[in-house]
Design a protein around this ligand. Structure first.
Ligand code: 5AD
Ligand code: SF4
Length: 493
């Protein structure tokens, strides 16, 4: 669908870049099947089926994989029984995530017995972590491909069709898939995800990501802006800029990424502003921020643009300075609290959410209480909460003992969950009677008579459809009339 709108960056892209580049110097989702049907079925001689696990980045990568496969003659199918090749895009962040994938592989083993030609491929973090060991452990797997090697998929499929096992787990310092137009899978047509960087240099001691996704690299700024423009032209109303650590986005036109400051560098604050300028009707979100890296510049840009959503996912991991140090988070409890205060000063209405780990190595009851009190201080609207799961090869696994008993981890996690439920309910109750601009994402899950949308501060709100001509993807003003701990309920004004 076209809006007769000309993306300012298509014509002005180069000059804008010049202006901006001379200025500066700064259990996640599991097992959701991507069930896409892209292109005309007849256009493709073969079919692939892909299922994605883990973080949003993985879901976004599956869209890149779909594009690469489309280009080599594979069309997507929602029905794995009609697929020639099945891919699982996997997550290694916690042991449970890997177990889920292993179970799913067992199911595919049965299907393969009735369909001998079927190829099974493992993509993503588990492929990278286990490499060819995966072929020994899971006999039905034919193809193993790490996150930086998706361009080699067509060749690897050919090899596997010839009866060989095919593996490519090379990590890259440059690959950003900048030139690939993702095929939007299972999209609601309203919100799209745009990857702005890959990898992570942070080395949090509990985390396997630096090992499975490699060194951090930032994607070419013009390709990001172009992709956002394209989404807007296709009718999308919201883009989420994705990276493991978006605040360290740093792109230089000529020499790629540099570690020091560079006169023509584009920082995250600048990128955010460029995307916000595409259109006031295009909402901009981003995830994930690291407390040590989010700058006042970013907060000021957020405050300046109405279409940049007032919501920051700012994982704390622990409220104890001692544990934060063991985690190599490089900030203290006090630093984190000062950051929350700063966010509230510059963007008073900002929603803040967090990731929290219970029972990291050596955690005492005092450390745990520090986490609870920091949650109260931050008044999180939402948290993703986990108990510590030791991952092979991480710094924590090599340096520390996983010494908090499982029952203690689980009890502490439950206390964290209970507190978050209370904080979420209180946060929602503070919104009662207020009016919000809401972007409609589609029908509510429970009833086609209701719309579901999101406020700028990322709260889900459900409200009755009115008789007025209102559609998915429209902005409407809604007054909050009631709430649960997870959802606001409202009425169109
Ligand atoms: N155990 C438990 N949770 C973890 N996370 C990352 N690694 C682990 C682990 N080994 C959590 C962190 C991170 C989120 C994506 O997953 O909270 O922010
Ligand atoms: Fe893992 Fe830390 Fe990087 Fe996040 S910032 S991906 S938790 S190492």
């Amino acid at each position: 669908m076209s809006f007769g709108y000309l993306c300012p960056f298509k014509s002005l892209e180069d000059s804008m870049l010049e202006v901006l580049t001379t200025k500066v110097h700064d259990e996640a989702r599991q097992g959701e099947a991507y069930a896409p049907l892209t292109g005309e079925p007849l256009q493709y001689s073969k079919k692939f089926y892909i299922e994605s696990y883990g973080c949003q980045m993985n879901f976004s990568d599956s869209e890149i994989v779909a594009s690469i496969l489309n280009d080599s003659g594979f069309g997507a199918t929602r029905d794995f029984t009609e697929a020639d090749v099945v891919f699982l895009n996997t997550c290694s962040i916690r042991e449970k995530a890997e177990q889920t994938v292993r179970k799913r592989l067992t199911e595919f083993r049965k299907i393969k017995q009735t369909k001998p030609g079927l190829l099974v491929g493992v993509l993503g973090c588990m492929a990278e972590r286990l490499k060819s060991k995966l072929l020994e452990e899971e006999h039905l797997v034919d193809i193993v491909v790490g996150p930086d090697a998706y361009r080699s998929l067509p060749g690897l499929i050919e090899e596997a069709e010839g009866g060989q096992k095919a593996v490519n787990v090379l990590l890259s310092r440059e690959e950003t898939y900048a030139d690939i137009s993702p095929v939007r899978l299972n999209s609601n047509g309203v919100s799209g995800f745009v990857s702005i960087m890959r990898g992570c240099n942070n080395m949090c001691t509990f985390c396997v990501v630096p090992f499975t996704r490699g060194r951090e690299r930032s994607r070419d700024v013009s390709s990001i802006v172009r992709e956002c423009c394209d989404l807007f032209e296709q009718g999308y109303k919201e883009v989420t800029l994705l990276g493991q650590n978006v605040d360290s986005y740093y792109f230089t036109q000529d020499e790629g990424q540099l570690s020091g400051q560079h006169p023509s560098a584009v920082t995250f604050a600048m990128l955010l502003e460029m995307v916000a300028n595409i259109s006031p009707l295009l909402r901009v979100r981003f995830s994930t921020s690291h407390p040590k890296d989010i700058t006042d510049d970013v907060l000021h840009v957020m405050a300046k643009y109405n279409n940049i959503c007032k919501y920051i996912h700012l994982p704390v991991q622990s409220g104890s300075t001692r544990i934060l140090q063991l985690m190599n988070r490089t900030y203290t409890r006090e630093w984190y609290m000062a950051k929350v205060k700063r966010i509230r000063e510059i963007i008073p209405e900002c929603g803040i959410s967090s990731d929290i780990i219970a029972g990291f190595c050596t955690e005492t009851e005092d450390d745990h209480r520090d986490t609870l009190s920091l949650m109260e201080y931050s008044a999180y609207d939402l948290s993703y909460m986990f108990f510590y799961s030791e991952r092979p090869g991480t710094l924590a696994q090599r340096r520390y003992t996983d010494d908090v008993p499982e029952d203690v981890k689980k009890r502490r996690l439950q206390e964290i969950v209970d507190l978050q439920n209370k904080l979420s309910r209180e946060s929602n109750e503070r919104d009662l009677g207020k009016e919000f601009e809401v972007l409609i994402e589609g029908n509510s899950k429970k009833s086609d008579a209701d719309w579901m949308g999101r406020t700028s501060h990322n709260k889900v709100i459900v409200f009755a459809k009115s008789n007025r001509e209102i559609n998915k993807g429209d902005y409407v003003n809604v007054r909050v009339t009631d709430c649960t701990k997870a959802t606001l309920l409202g009425e169109i004004i």
